[in-house]
Structure formats: structure tokens, C-alpha cells
Design a protein around this ligand. Structure first.
Ligand code: MN
Ligand code: MN
Length: 260
């Protein structure tokens, strides 16, 4: 499902234009619909397009997202949401928290997104995981790829008991021990901007596509939901980031199907 929304972005707009361009890249004749493990996502019924949700562009909470996701979860869907800025993940996880107890969230991002508020906005794309943790929506939050910690966000990590893998200590993708269902949230700025220029916050020193694909292919738990957020097409003139988002979409869908 596409969540074409960028009203809670703190720096640049543009992420609202992402969902149709990720779909276009997914179905581009320049590639095919097979995962690297050989699953054909073009087989009818393997993936279903729930289309784009209609959303305002005002800053603030996103109750329609929670509602729409809850309806899909009632049908036992495993949802992959296409952002939109990262603020969409909070209402998505509100819906998931109503269905799954003690969900583990694996969050790939340059930023921890744990601000209590950013520029006066508690729903900012810099805040979703503070809201998620305050509400006790999930059991565990594991963050990988972080390289922008400041004092406040370090305090929030302590306060909420977040498990964090900062890139300053990176040697190889971490071995994750996870029980029970897992939700994956991928902010495309986890990648080095050389691989993913189409994002709002260029933060050098990030992961490679192979690092992240390795993590996805080796998720050691049933994958019940995911989002791919923060693609900003206004900074992606060659379509490189759109193709990367589509690649992630394929590998995430493949992992979901393998682990169901
Ligand atoms: Mn980020
Ligand atoms: Mn983020």
C-alpha cells in the first residue's frame, strides 16, 4: 500500500511522490519480478497492490493510516507500506500493536527518529519511534545503521531500552537473535547517499545495498510487515533510488513468503 505523505518532513518535501515511482520501477522492463532466491512475484496472487491511501499534506497525526492498516491486518495481510516520510510508521505500528503482542521491530536508518518533538511537531518524521515506545506498541526495537546520535537521542535510547547498532562500530551485518514476529522499517537514508541519492537527508558513511539485502535475506523470524520510507523522487534524476526501493520491495516480499 502506498502512503503518499510528506507533511511531517522536517527538511524537504517530496516523499509524497514516491509510491507510484516505486511501483513503476518494480514493473520496469529493465528487470524482472524474481527475488534473488528464485521466487517469481509475478505469479498471480503472490503480491497484491492495495493502491495508495488518500492523505492530506498537513503536519500532524495520521489516523487514516492506522485505520486502513488495521483493516488489512484483519484480512491477515502481511503489509509492505511504501512511504511517504517516516512519520507514517507510527500509525502503521499502532495497527500492528493491536494485532501482534511483543512485536520486534528492526529499524534501518541513519537516524534513530526518537525525538520527543522536532520543531514543535510531536508527529515529525524525526519522532515516530518515541511515540511507538511511549505507547508500548512493540516488544523490542532494534536499530541498525545509525550514524547521527546526539545527546537527546542517546538519552531516549537509554530511556526506552532501544538496542542499537551504530555504524561507528560496524564490521559486518549483525547476527540478530529474534523470537516471534518481526516488522522491518527501512528508511532509505540508511544507505550511503552514493547508492541512494533520492532522499531528503544525505548522511555520508552509510550501508551498501548488499549489506541491507543480506540483513533482509537472513531475518531470523517470521516477517509480518515492513515499510520502505523517505524516498524523495525530487533528488533522484536517474531513478537509481527508485530501483533500489523496488529491489528492497522484492527481497522483503520474498522473505515474507519464505517465512510464512
Ligand atoms: Mn533517516
Ligand atoms: Mn527515519
Amino acid at each position: 500500500m502506498g502512503l503518499p505523505y510528506d507533511g511531517n518532513s522536517s527538511f524537504l518535501r517530496g516523499a509524497a511522490q514516491a509510491p507510484p515511482l516505486i511501483r513503476e520501477a518494480l514493473y520496469s522492463p529493465s528487470s524482472n519480478l524474481f527475488t534473488e532466491h528464485g521466487l517469481d512475484l509475478g505469479t498471480p496472487g503472490r503480491i497484491v497492490d492495495a493502491s495508495d491511501l488518500e492523505l492530506s499534506d498537513e503536519p500532524g497525526p495520521l489516523a487514516p493510516v492506522r485505520q486502513a492498516v488495521a483493516e488489512l491486518l484483519d484480512q491477515d495481510a502481511r503489509l509492505i507500506s511504501l512511504g511517504g516520510d517516516h512519520s507514517v510508521t507510527y500509525p502503521v505500528l499502532q495497527a500492528y500493536g493491536g494485532k501482534y503482542k511483543d512485536l520486534t521491530v528492526l529499524h534501518l536508518d541513519a537516524h534513530p527518529d526518537l525525538y520527543d518533538e522536532l520543531d514543535g511537531n510531536r508527529y515529525s518524521h524525526g519522532c515516530p519511534f518515541a511515540r511507538v515506545m511511549e505507547e508500548g506498541l512493540i516488544g523490542r526495537l532494534i536499530q541498525v545503521g545509525i550514524r547521527t546520535l546526539n545527546t537527546h537521542q542517546s538519552e531516549q535510547i537509554e530511556r526506552f531500552g532501544v538496542e542499537i547498532y551504530e555504524l561507528c562500530h560496524w564490521t559486518a551485518p549483525p547476527e540478530l537473535a529474534i523470537d516471534g514476529p518481526l516488522y522491518l522499517s527501512v528508511d532509505l537514508d540508511v544507505f550511503d547517499p552514493a547508492f541512494a541519492p533520492g532522499i531528503s537527508h544525505h548522511e555520508p558513511g552509510g550501508l551498501s545495498p548488499r549489506d541491507v539485502i543480506h540483513i533482509i535475506q537472513n531475518i531470523p523470524a517470521p516477517l509480518v510487515g515492513a515499510d520502505i520510507v523517505e524516498f524523495n523522487p525530487t533528488r533522484d534524476p536517474l531513478g537509481i533510488t527508485a530501483m533500489l526501493a523496488a529491489k528492497l520491495l522484492k527481497e522483503i516480499a520474498g522473505r515474507m513468503l519464505e517465512s510464512s
